[in-house]
Design a protein around this ligand. Structure first.
Ligand SMILES: [Zn+2]
Length: 200
């Protein structure tokens, strides 16, 4: 928060570029689920609880990774339908879902660590060693910029995958047509030979 969707940039890139390692829907859900915490704090005006508290630490995020796994597993059919709309075949594997969910939440903590002083990534240890690593007036621009570029690259990978798939289909159709042609010609030749033998 307030720019939750920026987390989808890196998720899109790694999820689309490395489908053998990541389950894209699990990665997309896990990479934003943490922002339920600041949403509640800001929306209900909760006093005395920081916007980025327990669930924005690696420990708290791990518990949300488990929740995310449960959600993705139970939403199997609607998620498959959404993936089909985008012409992305999905072979759900529990191992990939678990791996993607943990990577998704940890990536969220890591990126937010550079932005929010109230965030304690290594809770119960206090403090945030990352928050002063980037120049204070540029940290948002750097993190949002990085995520935006990752997202654009992710979309480029998506288009490349669609293009590669349609080329593979075209090639397969051509091969099938050629094979069918060969079969018809050899059938005609055989028929011709048989007729010649009968004539003899
Ligand atoms: Zn966050």
């Amino acid at each position: 928060m307030p720019f939750t969707p920026y987390h989808w940039g890196p998720a899109l890139l790694v999820g689309l570029a490395l489908p053998m390692l990541f389950d894209l829907p699990a990665l997309m859900v896990a990479s934003v689920i943490l922002d339920v915490e600041p949403f509640f704090v800001l929306f209900f005006n909760v006093q005395g609880y920081p916007a980025h508290a327990f669930f924005h630490s690696y420990l708290g995020a791990s518990s949300l990774a488990l929740l995310s796994i449960g959600m993705v597993v139970s939403l199997e059919n609607p998620l498959r339908a959404i993936m089909q709309v985008f012409r992305l075949p999905r072979k759900p594997s529990f191992r990939r879902i678990v791996f993607s969910s943990f990577i998704g939440v940890y990536l969220h903590v890591f990126l937010d660590s550079f932005l929010y002083p109230d965030l304690t990534p290594f809770y119960p240890l206090q403090g945030n060693i990352f928050v002063n690593m980037l120049p204070a007036d540029q940290s948002s621009a750097i993190i949002y910029g990085f995520s935006g570029i990752a997202g654009i690259l992710g979309i480029a990978v998506y288009w490349y995958r669609l293009l590669r798939e349609s080329r593979a289909k075209e090639k397969q159709m051509k091969t099938e047509q050629e094979q069918a042609k060969k079969l018809t010609t050899s059938g005609e030749d055989n028929l011709g030979e048989e007729v010649e033998k009968k004539d003899e």
